[in-house]
Design a protein around this ligand. Structure first.
Ligand code: C2O
Ligand code: CU
Length: 462
């Protein structure tokens, strides 16, 4: 790779993208690398050892990748891990060949091997990338990072624009990552819930801000399984996008649930006093704790700014005729405390013992894990409506690859565009989308242990 190529890559990916103009008609040569390897991270305070992680470029989170909407991202993924791996670009309505799903869209990238990534980012917003091979282990070890697709114009003016990747680690007393990945006990319950929370790989992440500064915080829940309820103090503001996609109108925020893999773009004004600290918190039944802090030094302006305008919309096809949609049912079963209630499929019982002996504890429509046949085969452009029946005692974060959908509740208007939906225990709800992206697309629970233990299926769009 020549020096010029590297410089241009750096400008593109690290934010100064205006200088980059690559032809979009041809596949670009990779102009940079993303290397998965073992690294050390200071996840815990000084005095404890550093934690051995697996990270992109050896860090956790991996580098923040930035491209302008419509621009091409081309990178050579190099695997220096002791395990085969891949990169998935979560939430990107991507070319199927670049989706990174081992066993469905590509072969695993073996240790020492590489894979050339090359795709156009069609939508502005906050996305993330993570391993999609043994993800219950590899994401837990730190293989994730932020992908920020910036608006070519119409972006809100802010004083600070910062991705915040929340993770929930399970650390042993020596500050090393506890093994036991994909344990069936975790899988049958809430998944691998950890005991140590970091933001951007830091247990006490903080950034100085000025009073009445306006921040754009791009919050990503990168945890394997933990649902985070975000609260705040010393801020007033709005949710302006969910899962990358702008809301029609900014929604005033006090608290917000973020299931694994979900994202929220927040525009927050610092209203804490100078000398004080604004904070984001994780709200728990017993009160909660600080996720990250923003000490207030100085004053950005004398008065609050007017509320922000909506972000410029992305070009996602609208659902013209929801009534004419291809209707599919997805019944979730299994897990602990499920009992036998609801485990009848086509007149037969779901055999939990047989499932568990195969390393599975969950099923979709009576089948555990990804099968040779898709949940549904659709023609490109068809509207698909999937009714999700959560017949389990647990919430699930359902993620569809390659598309954004809207929740279509039994009553009321459709929800905002999302790629991951939290479906509560015993809830029935539907999602609808235009299947406009050809390929094989996973539909799975993003509680990664649930996916590993059976909550995974796929759709084919041709
Ligand atoms: Cu975030 Cu199937 O992925
Ligand atoms: Cu789940």
């Amino acid at each position: 790779m020549n020096q010029m190529g590297r410089r241009r890559f750096n400008q593109s990916v690290l934010g100064l993208s205006a200088a980059l103009t690559l032809p979009t008609s041809t596949r670009a040569k990779p102009s940079g690398t993303l290397t998965a390897r073992v690294g050390l991270a200071r996840l815990v305070p000084e005095g404890y050892p550093e934690t051995q992680i697996w990270g992109y470029d050896g860090r956790v989170p991996g580098p923040v990748l930035r491209v302008v909407r419509g621009e091409r991202l081309s990178l050579r993924f190099v695997n220096q891990l002791p395990q085969a791996s891949s990169v998935h670009w979560h939430g990107i309505r991507i070319d199927n060949a670049m989706d990174g799903v081992i066993g469905l869209t590509q072969q695993a990238v073996e240790p020492g091997a590489s894979f050339d990534i090359d795709f156009v980012a069609p939508d502005a917003g906050t996305y993330w990338y993570h391993s999609h091979n043994r993800s219950w282990e590899q994401v837990a070890r730190g293989l994730y990072g932020a992908l920020i697709v910036t608006e070519p114009d119409g972006a809100p003016e802010v004083d600070l624009d910062e991705p915040l990747l929340i993770d929930d680690w399970r650390l042993a007393d020596d500050a090393q990552i506890a093994t036991g990945f994909g344990s069936l006990h975790d899988a049958a319950h809430a998944g691998r819930i950890g005991n140590w929370i970091t933001v951007n790989g830091d247990p006490a992440w903080s950034r100085e801000v000025a009073r009445l500064a306006r921040l754009r915080l791009r919050v990503v829940n990168a945890a394997n399984a933990r649902i985070v309820t975000i609260g705040m103090r010393g801020f007033e503001g709005w949710v302006v996008a969910l899962d990358g996609m702008p809301l029609d109108q900014p929604a005033p925020i006090e608290e917000l649930d973020l299931a694994p893999a979900q994202r929220a773009d927040l525009i927050l004004d610092v209203v804490a006093d100078v000398g004080d600290e604004a904070i984001l918190t994780s709200l728990e039944r017993d009160g909660g704790f600080v996720l990250c802090g923003f000490p207030v030094r100085g004053q950005a302006r004398s008065e609050r700014r007017p509320p922000p305008a909506p972000l410029p919309a992305n070009d996602v096809p609208a659902i013209a005729d929801p009534a004419g949609a291809r209707a599919v049912e997805l019944r979730m079963e299994g897990g602990a405390m499920g009992g036998l209630h609801g485990a009848m499929m086509d007149g037969r019982m779901l055999d939990m013992r047989a499932l568990a002996s195969a390393g599975k504890v969950w099923a979709f429509n009576g089948t555990a894990g990804m099968e040779g046949t898709p949940l549904v085969d659709v023609v490109r452009g068809e509207v698909v409506k999937i009714t999700i029946i959560n017949d389990t005692a647990w919430p699930h974060a359902m993620h569809l690859h390659g598309h954004h959908f809207r929740q279509v509740p039994v009553q009321g208007p459709p929800g905002p565009l999302r790629d991951t939906l939290l479906v509560n225990r015993r809830e029935t709800t539907s999602i609808a989308f235009v299947a406009d992206n050809p390929g094989k697309w996973l539909l799975h629970c993003h509680m990664l242990e649930h996916a590993a233990a059976g909550m995974m299926t796929w759709l084919r769009v041709t």
